[in-house]
Every structure is written in C-alpha cells, then in structure tokens.
Design a protein around this ligand. Structure first.
Ligand code: 9MR
Length: 715
C-alpha cells in the first residue's frame, strides 16, 4: 500500500509485459534482471509434479498445428513423448498457447525437462515429497511477520533476525498503549503482538482474522485426514516448539491473542466490538524495519465486520484448541460470544473505504456474510439454537452466490460459513448438510470448468485479476480440495494441485510467484524489511513468500508506467515499489500454506486419502433417571492403519455428552465427535479401540446408528 515511497527504479527492472512473448519472441537477455534466468516458452511448475498428480505444461507459440513434446530425465533420455493440444488465443494471458499433458508419466526423479518443438522448460522434479519444503516455508512466513517479539537468528538465520517491533521501545510509539484516532475513544489499549499484515506495519482485524482462520483450518483439515502430525509440535521453527501444542496452532495463537486485544473493554462505549485496525498515522518510508518506525500508532473506530471476524476466528479457536488447552479454548469462546452480542447491538458500523492514510482501508459495507460466517462458527462450537437460528435465517444460507468466482476473501466470507458447516459435525438436519456440501462441490465444479477453458488452467475469470489475484487462485484451490475431501472425487484434488502449477511457474510470465521455489521466482516483493532491491544490506523476502500477483487495474505508479496495455494475467512486475502487484500479505500466504500442507500429504495412488472402513459397537452400560454411560468400541476393518482416528455420530433422542475417557469427545447440537488420545491414535488393521462417554438423556437412550470413522462410514 502507498507509503511516501521513493521510486528508485533500478536498471535491472523486469517488466512482466516484456515476458509476454512465446517461441517466436523470447525476450532479449537485457530485459531480464541479472538475478533471474530468462523464462522459456514452455511453462511448467518449476518445483515439479507429484507422481500421482496431474502434469501439464503450457507452451506459448504462434504455431496452429499440434507440436511434439518429449519428457527427458536428468540424463537426457526421453522417457515419454506425445503431442500438444493447440488452444489458440488465451484471453487472460493474451497469448496463443498449446497444452502438453504428461500426467501418465509417474516415475519419480529429479531434473526432468520438457521439450516442445526444440524449446526446453525449466528443470523440475517428480517426487512424492515435492511440497515438504514449501509446507514449512509458507507457514514460516507468519513467524517472520510477527510483531512484538524479536525474530531470533537461531530460528530464521542471521539475515532475517530483527529486534522486536512495536513494543513501546523508542522510536516506536506502539503498540503497548495505543490511543484512538481523535473522537474514537478516550483511553489507550494494549494491542501488542499479532502479525504485520503485509509489507506495511499495519494490523487489520478483518485480514488477520481470515488468515488465522485459514491457518487453523489447515490443521483441522489435516486432522480430519489423520495427517495432522505433519503440522504438529516441533514441525516448524517457531519459539514455542516443544510445548506439546501443534506448531501451526502456536502460530495462529500469536494472532488470536492480538485479535482479542483489539476488543473494546467492558464498561466502554461499544464494549465487545473490535477496533477495525491499528496502524501508523502516516505511511512510513521504504525501507523501515519494524523497530525503526517512529510514526504515531492509532486505533481506528470499531467495525461490525472486524467484530464478526473476531467472533468467527475465536469460535473456531474454542473448538480446535480444546483438546490442547481448554482454558485458552474457554477464553476464545467467551471473546467470540461477546463479539457476537456486540455485533448484534451494533450491526451497521461500517469501515469506510476512505480511511486509507497510513494504512489500508479494508472497507466493507456489507456484513451479512460476516454474520453468517460467525454464526456458523459459533454454532459449530456450541450447538446453541440462537446461533443456529441466526445462520439458518440468513439469506447466505441458501444463496447461490456464497462462493464467488474468487472463492472467498476478506470482504466475502459467506463461503467460509459454508465450509465450516460442510466439514464440522453439527446439528443441522441431514438434508441441509447435504445441500451445503453440494454447494461446495458446485463451486468447485465452476472452478474446474473455468480451468478447463483456459490455457493456463486458472480458476479465476479473465476479468478477475484483481489486487491479490494469486490469493484468489489459492482460495479457489482450497474450495476444490474440500470438495475432494467431501466426495472422494480425484478431479478436485487434481484441480487444486493444478493451481499450484500456476502459482509456481505455469503462467503467463513463466515465473514462480513464490520466493525461492522454482528456477525463476519473485524476489522483490513489496516489504519494508525484506527490501534488498532498495538496500543491498537487507534480505530478499524469505523462501515461501507469495507475491500478490497480476492486477489488471494497475494501482501503483510502477505498474502504471511499466504495464500499460498488459493482458490481465500478465499485469505483474517483480519490483518492490509495485505494491499493487507485488506485495506479500498474510491473507495470500495463508491459503498457500493450507495448499502446501494439503499437497505435501502422502495419499493413496488414486489420489484421495484412503477411506476407512469400520464396525462400531455402542453399548449402554448404565442408565439412571437423567444420565447414562456407554462404551464405544470401534474396529478398523480396512486394509490400512487408521492414524489419528476420529469417530462421529449423531444422537437420536437428545442425549448430551458430559464427560468422556480414552478420547476427547465434543458435541454440537446432536452431532458428536470423538477424537483419539495421544496413546491410542492409531488403529491397526483388524484392531479395536474403546472409549467411554457419560451423558444426560431426556427419557430414553437409543443407540446412534450413523457412525463415521474419519472419512469412512462404519457398518
Ligand atoms: O488485499 C487488499 C486489496 O483487496 C485492496 O484492493 C487493496 C487496496 O485497498 O488493499 C489490499 O490490502 C493491503 C492493505 O490495505 C494494507 N496492507 C497491505 C495489503 C496488501 O497489499
């Protein structure tokens, strides 16, 4: 976002527009910055492909007829060959393209090269552990962005270490005792911590909330697949490693703590609402490390959108943190409830678009979708009828527009409500759940058909390359991945993986938008510390940082100057001052991290996680006037071990679980979810696990009949 910036245009500038050419118009070497190799007309995922995933490349060429392609291994031997499919003019990229499909080649290896008509791609790998590094790099982005804590060399290396920012140490004026803008409040608030939003030092509740939600959701999804160990304790280089709590949740908690600090205290006007944002009174210059920022910091007036965003993220926290830290889960739930009530009382406090001096506006005047998302999360967390009524009476519950062509975003959150209701056991009637799940797959079908119609298989429409388009692409991929989970249909996983290809080099510019991943990657993203392009003593963005991506609106001076006339998907320039195409941001790295974790999971050859098969006996052992105990025994009847089991069922007659043993059992409405303990997390083929519940009943205690073990229905 616009700082008082110096437009230091170096001679090594790259413009994406210059890379528009194909086989016939490969750019001259002088047009390409010294640090990056010339891009080729054969565009691949420069990191590579999964053995069981789709493998397609796009070739820029003016040729009308199909061309021959060869896949060569590292020693130059041709291991597969075929013909491209001409696609003609591709509107988003403005290029004429053909597509080569080598998906049937599944053999692992490094240093593959695809050659089409004598032109070779960047080298790439085919291997099952392809995304392991990106999984940790993209998640580490959040630790790098932390405010209020020193970033330690022992965790990040000396180039990225820095003192804590915004802890009230001069010249910083924030964030331990921050006043409001004039007329907003007459007290100060401790709003330390959290993540800096992007290349600036602002902290914005709506964007922080949606990003935290995705980080936590990536853990939830992995848990459902029984693969959360990869995101567990000591998997990331964060200060909290080794504390017994999954590192991804530790990272999310850094932001959750901040979000809760943004809540107006009891006894003050608008108590329970969340301040919309906190940032500098004026834009700081480039570069400025966090601890060097001397601008006054200010709280901006509370908004309904921020408040509901906090409610949703905190309610999700209550659910997901419960097995690890129930006191923290309680704290989150109480913040979420307070936020919800405050939003009910103040339903139309809108953040204006005009409030963009010194920080981004994140303006939003339609908050019905935030109400829907927050109600869905609060319902999933509590099962209470007030939240159920709020969500079922929302027009978003049945609207066909909950999923936009851009998936979801900081101003479009209805889809997040749908994702919660589609995946978290809850008390909605089965027909309602089926309808909601169908809406997820319908949205994913839309993305798949858009991808099929485009030369670079991008899920957003040709006129959809907005500020942060790479985040849109990644959000769409999240929806496709969830559709794959819900249906077991491998096409959705393939779609999600193919968007990775786009982000990592199979695109109009032949550029990986993720720093350090791919032969030719973005490296000058807009950032006040990772500002190597402006000051050689500063580092480049760390590996795993996603650039905002093509933005056809050309909303910064560098873009205006260098990208005039660009095709939408080519409106990008890897220059630090092009904040409208080349910033980093938490809401873009969050879906990238989500996807990287998903893509890094080892799956069965068919592409989907194996579905568990099982039998369950539910034996009521004791019944008294108001209560009962029952022993539940689940047997794994499938051929593979079930790692990280979870058993779900619904109670037919109003029973409510009050305690459990040998498993953590939670209930929302009639829906119950039992989750393994540490010591019984794996059920070997043919083995059984037993656990017990105690509960209340309202007269009878019929046994449930609809057990599911992870993704599989039990007999
Ligand atoms: O991602 C935001 C985008 O949707 C808006 O169009 C743009 C202009 O208001 O702002 C983007 O968010 C920026 C925020 O306002 C300030 N921090 C950096 C964010 C990423 O560029």
């Amino acid at each position: 976002m616009p700082p008082s910036r110096s437009l230091r245009l170096s001679t090594a500038l790259l413009t994406g527009a210059l890379l528009l050419g194909g086989l016939a118009t490969t750019p001259a070497a002088a047009d390409v910055p010294a640090a990056t190799a010339a891009t080729t007309a054969v565009r691949v995922n420069q990191v590579g492909y999964l053995p069981d995933g789709p493998k397609r490349a796009t070739v820029v060429t003016t040729a009308a007829q199909a061309l021959g392609w060869q896949l060569r291994n590292a020693s130059g031997a041709v291991v597969a060959s075929g013909s491209t499919v001409p696609r003609g003019a591709d509107a988003p990229s403005g290029q004429s393209v053909q597509v080569a499909d080598f998906s049937s080649h599944r053999a692992a290896g490094t240093g593959y090269v695809l050659t089409v008509d004598g032109t070779s791609s960047a080298p790439f790998d085919i291997r099952v552990d392809l995304y392991d590094t990106l999984r940790s790099d993209s998640m580490a982005f959040f630790h790098h962005q932390r405010s209020g804590i020193a970033i330690d060399a022992s965790l990040v290396g000396s180039a990225y270490a820095r003192p804590a920012g915004h802890l009230g140490v001069a010249p910083n004026t924030g964030d331990v005792s921050v006043p409001c803008q004039a007329g907003v409040c007459d007290y100060t608030q401790d709003v330390r911590g959290g993540w800096y939003d992007a290349g600036d030092h602002g902290k914005y509740v709506v964007n922080g909330g949606i990003s935290t939600w995705l980080v936590v959701n990536s853990f939830e999804r992995a848990e459902r697949a029984g693969k959360e160990a990869a995101l567990g304790d000591s998997t990331l280089r964060v200060p909290e490693r080794g504390n017994g709590i999954p590192d991804v949740l530790d990272e999310a908690r850094w932001e959750l703590d901040f979000l809760m600090r943004m809540q107006v205290p009891d006894g003050k006007p608008h108590a329970g609402m969340a301040f919309h944002k906190i940032h500098d009174a004026a834009w700081t210059g480039m570069p400025t490390r966090p601890e060097q920022d001397s601008q006054p910091r200010e709280l901006h007036r509370p908004s309904t959108a921020a408040t509901l965003n906090l409610a949703a993220a905190a309610a999700q926290c209550a659910r997901v943190f419960r097995p690890y830290d129930s006191a923290y889960a309680d704290r989150c739930l109480s913040a979420a409830r307070r936020a919800w009530s405050a939003a009910q009382t103040n339903p139309a406090m809108y953040a204006p678009d005009s409030d963009s001096t010194g920080g981004g506006a994140y303006g939003d005047t339609r908050v019905t979708d935030e109400f829907y998302w927050a109600a869905a999360e609060l319902y999933a967390a509590t099962g209470e009828s007030a939240y159920r009524d709020a969500l079922t009476s929302s027009s978003w519950h049945t609207s066909a527009d909950a999923f936009s062509p851009y998936g979801f975003g900081w101003a479009d959150t209805a889809a997040l409500g749908r994702l919660v209701l589609a995946t978290v056991p809850n008390g909605l009637p089965a027909a309602d759940t089926a309808r909601i799940r169908a809406s997820v797959t319908a949205a994913a079908d839309g993305y798949l058909s858009r991808m099929a119609a485009q030369g670079y298989a991008v899920p957003v429409p040709a006129d959809g390359y907005f500020w942060g388009s790479n985040g849109e692409v990644a959000n769409d991929a999240v929806v496709m991945a969830v559709a794959g989970e819900l249906t077991g249909d491998a096409r959705y996983r393939a779609g999600a993986l193919e968007t990775m290809d786009y982000l990592l080099g199979r695109n109009a510019l032949g550029l990986s938008y993720v720093t350090g991943h791919g032969e030719t990657s973005s490296q000058n993203q807009h950032h006040r510390f990772w500002a190597h392009q402006l000051d050689a003593s500063l580092p480049r963005p760390p590996a795993g940082s996603l650039a905002g991506g093509p933005n056809s609106a050309l909303q910064d001076p560098v873009a205006e100057e260098r990208l005039r006339g660009c095709a939408p998907a080519a409106c990008y320039v890897d220059h630090i001052d092009s904040y409208s195409t080349n910033e980093v941001a938490v809401n873009w790295n969050a879906p990238l991290a989500w996807l990287a974790a998903y893509a890094a999971e080892r799956t069965s050859a068919g592409g989907e996680p194996p579905t568990a098969s099982c039998t369950v006996t539910y034996a009521v052992s004791n019944v008294w006037s108001t209560g009962f105990t029952a022993t539940v025994t689940v047997k794994n009847t499938g051929p593979a071990a079930v790692d990280g089991w979870q058993l779900a069922w619904t109670y037919p007659a109003g029973q409510r679980v009050t305690s459990s043993w040998n498993a953590t059992v939670t209930q929302s409405g009639t829906a119950v979810n039992a989750r393994h303990a540490d010591w019984n997390r794996t059920i070997a083929p043919g083995a059984t696990v037993s656990f017990g519940v105690q509960g209340t009943h309202t007269g009878s205690t019929p046994s449930p009949t609809d057990f599911t073990l992870n993704a599989g229905t039990c007999a």
